[in-house]
Design a protein around this ligand. Structure first.
Ligand code: ADP
Length: 523
């Protein structure tokens, strides 16, 4: 039981550690850490500056006190060097508390030490005199002039020595600047306990308040940084959703945020919109393609199955002449159908894949294709009339509509003309009228084929341009004609050449197929 508790708490601890590691890698974690580092550097710098300037101020204050004490004792000191030498060691009540004083002869040897009342011997700095060069001392530091009782002038110099004690050294001079000018040196010192205590208290106070400010800043900054960065969390969460396949996910733009993050949100949303659209389009295209392959295979399979059936009958033998002739006729029809179907499939593939890259020779008139197309059309036409803008369609007519240009290639124009006219012929009675219209109106070039034939049922109209669509299967099968690709080919050609195709039809009255090309025909 105990072991389990330990294990659980261990794993909880590991989890917290993992979270912390994650957080440290996060943007808010990084920002906060950098902020803390900067803050710590600032505090350190401010602390150092404060420490050293306070130390200087305190020490110079102590130095001032020593200077004052020296000035106050100036006459006595001058006397000890001139008229009445001081004893080797003595307590001197006139010295301010805590100070000690040392007198040196001009050769640097210690002459006497005096210390204030209440001062321990151990506190005195001058057990052995600090080494100094009197000449250098005279050059280095600022002079101070004192007068002894006789009126002699003494110049004193100040110098701080030591850190636990602060001392001021003065050179004592008298009279003219001759060889005897320097009489000796005096060094006055005091321990720095008070100044150090103030420094220490100030230091600990500063460190404590710096820690408090640092911790407080971390807490405040943590919450302050989280708020403006929270949209980034939403963004990464949404990006993860998209990566998992939820392409419809979008980043909410409601939450107020900074300009940069807002721009990022908008751009990402736009990008995700495009990705979704592209994926939908791709899926759609894939579905369309697989449906197309399925339909095409089915269309190919039907005549092949039929041919196999007839072959089976023939293989068994005992077939009379009439049945043989019938089987051969049927097989030849199915073969024709297969050829037409594969031709139509090839054409469709060519248009979709290659046509968009071939723009060089766009611009064709009906006249350009009439010679090639007319024999084929004429063979189907029978008794029906075929007009172009109200006049019989003929190569040698003066009809200006023959010369209107359409933004198509020659073979495309032939396909459009043949497919639409042959359909019209097929669904129109012998005495029917088929009317082609070619016109330029309002920046559009229009090509239309109208018939007064059977028309198309309203429920079939939306599908007539679909691949393999046949309005009335039984009728089409019987006639053994097209595979339901003729109108898809026309629609595909129109689409890739920037036009649009529409159909109007009424059962029993006839149909009109209209092609409109946005750009004006090329002249
Ligand atoms: P197909 O290659 O078999 O002719 P289409 O794509 O040209 O196929 O035509 C598809 C269907 O549209 C036809 O089966 C027919 O029902 C209908 N259709 C096309 N043109 C006409 C028309 N002029 N009149 C009536 N129905 C038409």
């Amino acid at each position: 039981m105990k072991g389990m508790v330990v294990k659980m708490s261990e794993s909880a601890f590991a989890g917290v550690r993992e979270d912390l590691r994650e957080w440290r890698k996060s943007l808010s974690g990084q920002l906060l850490m950098r902020f803390i580092i900067c803050l710590a550097i600032f505090f350190l710098l401010i602390g150092l500056i404060q420490y050293f300037s306070l130390k200087r101020a305190l020490y110079s204050n102590v130095e001032q006190t020593l200077e004052s004490a020296l000035v106050a004792s100036g006459n006595n000191i001058a006397q000890w060097f001139t008229t009445q030498p001081a004893p080797a060691e003595f307590r001197w009540a006139d010295l301010p508390e805590g100070m000690a004083l040392a007198l040196y002869n001009k050769d640097g040897s210690l002459q006497a030490v005096a210390y204030a009342n209440g001062m321990e011997e151990a506190d005195i700095l001058f057990a052995s005199p600090p080494p100094f060069d009197p000449a250098q001392a005279a050059v280095d530091v600022r002079p101070l002039y004192l007068h002894d009782q006789r009126g002699d002038e003494h110049m004193v110099l100040s110098r701080a020595v030591g850190t636990d004690q602060l001392a001021v050294m003065h050179m004592l001079t008298a009279g003219a600047k001759d060889a005897d000018w320097v009489r000796g040196f005096v060094l006055i010192s005091t321990p720095l306990n008070d100044a150090k205590l103030i420094l220490y208290q100030n230091y600990t106070g500063y460190v404590l308040s710096a820690w408090i400010v640092l911790i407080f800043s971390i807490i405040v900054t943590y919450f302050a940084v989280r708020q403006p960065l929270s949209p980034l969390t939403t963004i990464s969460e949404t990006a993860r959703q998209v990566a998992r396949g939820h392409y419809h996910a979008r980043i909410s733009e409601a939450e107020p945020t900074t300009t940069e993050i807002d721009q990022l949100r908008k751009s990402l949303n736009q990008m995700m919109e495009q990705i979704e659209t592209a994926l939908i389009a791709e899926n759609h295209a894939r579905e369309k393609m697989s449906r197309f392959i399925g339909d095409a295979s089915h269309e190919l399979k039907t005549p092949l199955t039929s041919i196999r059936g007839y072959l089976e009958i023939l293989r068994r033998g005992h077939v009379d002449q009439e049945a043989l002739a019938e089987a051969l006729r049927a097989m030849s029809l199915e073969t024709e159908r297969l050829i037409r179907l594969t031709e139509a499939l090839l054409t469709l593939n060519q248009i979709t894949v290659y046509a968009p890259t071939q723009r060089a020779d766009l611009g064709v008139t009906i006249m350009d294709v009439l010679e090639d197309s007319m024999p084929l059309i004429a063979s189907l036409l029978g008794e029906r009339k075929l007009n172009l803008n109200g006049e019989p369609l003929a190569k040698d007519s003066e009809n200006p509509a023959l010369h209107i240009r359409f933004p198509l290639r020659r073979d495309e124009m032939k396909q459009v003309l043949y497919n639409l006219v042959s359909n019209a012929i097929q669904y129109t009675e012998m005495e029917g009228l088929i009317e082609i219209t070619a016109a330029e109106q309002n920046d559009e070039t229009v090509f239309a084929v109208r018939d007064n034939g059977l028309g198309i049922a309203a429920e079939d109209l939306p599908f007539v341009f679909d691949r393999f669509f046949r309005g009335d299967r039984s009728r089409r099968r019987k006639s053994g004609q097209g595979a339901g690709l003729g109108l898809s080919i026309v629609a595909e050609i129109t689409r890739i050449r920037g036009g649009n195709i529409s159909v109007e039809s009424e059962v029993g009255k006839g149909s009109t197929f209209i092609l409109r090309f946005r750009q004006k025909a090329v002249h």
